[in-house]
Design a protein around this ligand. Sequence first.
Ligand SMILES: [Zn+2]
Length: 144
Amino acid sequence: MSNVSTNSTGSTSSRARGRVVGVPRRCWCGEGIVALISKSDPNPYRRYYRCGFAVSNKLRNNDHTFKWVDETLFNEIDTLTVKNVGFEKHLKGFRTERLEFEKLVYEKMEKEIFEKIEDALTEAKTSNKKMMVIIVVLCMIMIG
Ligand SMILES: [Zn+2]
């Protein structure tokens, strides 16, 4: 383990040390992750992941990987939720598309029906006019 002790120097500081989402596979320092059980007073028997290098050197309060196992599970659930939201969005888009298609068909049908009604109305109007003309002519004949 003497070869890894140099890793704590500035040579590795440029590597990403952001919080790992999900189960950490490897610490930024290159060391593997070990699963341990906390013996501290605020978190008794709480399971956590820790950088193997930090464990073997008994390091405390450093930036080597440390993560509670339950938090990791929450992350996993979060990731699943995000995936679900994406799926639901996709489904919603599909539904909207279908609704728009139905609306289009409905509008077309409505338009055709309206056109037919209009045709019937104009026909009725002309026949009404004919009827009016006939009535007027009849009245004129009767008066005359
Ligand atoms: Zn480490």
